[in-house]
Write a protein that binds this ligand. Sequence first.
Ligand SMILES: Cc1ncc(COP(=O)(O)O)c(C=O)c1O
Length: 357
Amino acid sequence: MDAPTFELERWFAEVEAGADVMLAESGVRSLPASDFDTDLGELGYVIPTNGEPALRAAIGQRYGRSADEVVCTVGTQEANFLAFQSLLSPGDHAVVVTPTYQSLHAIPDSICDVTRVELAAPDWTLDVDAVAEAIRPETELVVLNNPNNPTGHQHDAETVEAVYDLAADADAYLLGDEVYRRLAPDPAPAVASLGEHGISTAGLSKSYGLAGCRFGWLAGPEDAVEDVEAWKDYTTISPGTFGHHVAEQVFGVGGFESREAELRQAALDHVETNAEITAEWAREHDLDWDDPVGCNVLLDVPDGFDDSRAFCRVVVDEASVVLAPGDCFGVEGTFRLGFGLPTEELRDGLERVAGVL
Ligand SMILES: Cc1ncc(COP(=O)(O)O)c(C=O)c1O
């Protein structure tokens, strides 16, 4: 089967290497490896291959779940992929709230019938009744990315719980991709903490600035986790040793003090500073700013450009700055700006885009 083209990754592959400023990275600025212990010892597989039990227990605690209800993966991307592979079959049906990160609808689409429930501009709130209408007897999975990429909208507790109840009533799972959740000063509940129909995926990439560790996880009911583990034997077998070792330091296992609170606070402070700078810049250029959660915002393409791709192409050609065209998320006429990068780079990138505007 041909893989559906991953529009955003292909755009980055085309323009990122030759550009000066990356204003389209969706996570918070990367931390140096020297901030962590990197003496891994032997570079074997992580044993057991679903992750060290103490690490899984520490991650599980965030959801009120045990070590057996967590599997460590190679990034959130693998956690999502394995969830779709193991929970969906031809003939099933999935409901996916969009716009969102492409893999969250493209992989289900490659397996079974998918109904998309669209978030509406300008505030991107979710119409829970539309999810209820989309659910069918054969629905196995409802997918909600919260906080949302690309809009930066956070669905509140009431909305998440209402969607969970709909999935539970339909005897389906609600999969919450919560890779940006720790970047919310006041996070909505994690789906895996809501009950037996809740599965959460997340990782170290976006909220902590540790994307290169390629470390993620899935938390949920034990039978769903076992199904995921069965597929993981065919993908990456175990998480990477390096990412697993850094995750032990983040969560304070394996003899390390936990650094989670400190790393999260540093990321939150960084994003707050950068959000203020970006909001001010947006106001100066008459671009609507809707207080996004995390470090992504979806803005309207200014007048005078044919479409989102044309605008982003001019910005990369004239200013050597990469933005993410909204068409990569199915939202024509917009572009996604990621403001998580180091503050001086952000200022430089915004100034360059201002030159184009
Ligand atoms: C919503 C969402 N999920 C998953 C991923 C992939 O995350 P990871 O680097 O943890 O694999 C991304 C990356 O941008 C994302 O935006």
